[in-house]
Design a protein around this ligand. Sequence first.
Ligand code: ATP
Ligand code: MG
Length: 388
Amino acid sequence: MRAGNPPNPYTPGAGDRPRALVGRSDQLALAESVRSQLEAGYSANSLVYVGLRGVGKTVLLKEIADRLAGAGWYAPYLELRRGLAVDSALASVAERGAAHLRPGAKLTRQVGQLLRRGGGLQVLGSGGNLGASRNLPAYDDLARVLASLSEAAREDGLGVALVVDELQAVTIANLGALVHVVQDLRDRLPFALIGAGLPHLPSYIAKAATYTERFRYEPTDKLHDREARAAVVEPAAAEGVSWNDEALARVVAAADGYPYFLQLYAFEAWQEAARSGAIESIRLADVQAAEPVAQRQIEAGIYGVRFEGANQTERRYLFALSEIMGGAADQVRSGDVARALDLKLSAVSPTRDALIRKGIIHAPEHGVLAFSIPGFRQYIERRRADEG
Ligand SMILES: Nc1ncnc2c1ncn2[C@@H]1O[C@H](COP(=O)(O)OP(=O)(O)OP(=O)(O)O)[C@@H](O)[C@H]1O
Ligand SMILES: [Mg+2]
């Protein structure tokens, strides 16, 4: 890029905060209502945002955590992984969350005390792995710590929120224990769980715990046309750069409302425009030149990674799925996939479930399956053709 051009304002990367977070006002308003309900002394439902990979759950959660922290709350953002349960995740971020607290607030003193003692949180980090009982010992500690923080917050007129990403990644025992902690606290203290996960998360939570009617599931979907345009135009406008109509239309069509693709195509189009000198506007030619570059990255980084991560049985399942779709349909009945593989539904369901857990496919309705990432069906078709 020639010196003097503004920095590329697009953010194509998992969890990378966009310059313009568009189309999420309903989701943000819900989080805001949880805050005001709890501050007024009412209880509030836990909020869980569900959506496919790459639609923007993480950046939404980070925005919510920031806004809560800005209002004085203790609201650490935690990302779970298999093998990393809520308690250990919290122990590792406690200090970061503490940095934002209001000087002089009871909540601040309480968090400070906890950190100085190290005790509570060290105990927290020590366990919470698999176990048959719902009250895993580490979760009892977690409940105690959160209760003492929430009591202090109540005296300040504030609250505590655990902002937890990838909720579907933990074991069912850990999830059940977490839900139990949440249910116990939410009725008596200003405490909320605000989480996110893949579309199968609601049924996973229902399996993990009995009383989950106080979870509010909120979809996080692809962006509508107007929002998609704003996601592309606004970051450039902030740098004094405009998009030509045809260039914008082409990026929006290529990305199909999928936030990660919007960022990627726009990023590469900006790179092209910057190569030819000082950027004033981004033109159709820039987008056309950027497309193969973006597509190569999608092939290698998105489709390829997922395909390579699938075992032979899972690949056969994906091939069957795309074959039944026949290049036209977006959805198939899972029974038809089993039939095509000449197997009983019960025999293929572990494979189907594993692919759902990986975020490669999802069930838009009961018994119906679809690929979860735009363009992945076509990629599987090409791989199927390659393997003859
Ligand atoms: N509302 C939005 N407006 C503009 N860009 C967005 C928006 N939401 C997400 N993005 C962009 O989309 C990409 C994916 O976002 P994010 O990592 O939050 O998705 P995710 O749903 O958490 O995905 P995963 O399930 O893989 O974790 C990032 O490049 C981000 O900058
Ligand atoms: Mg994410």
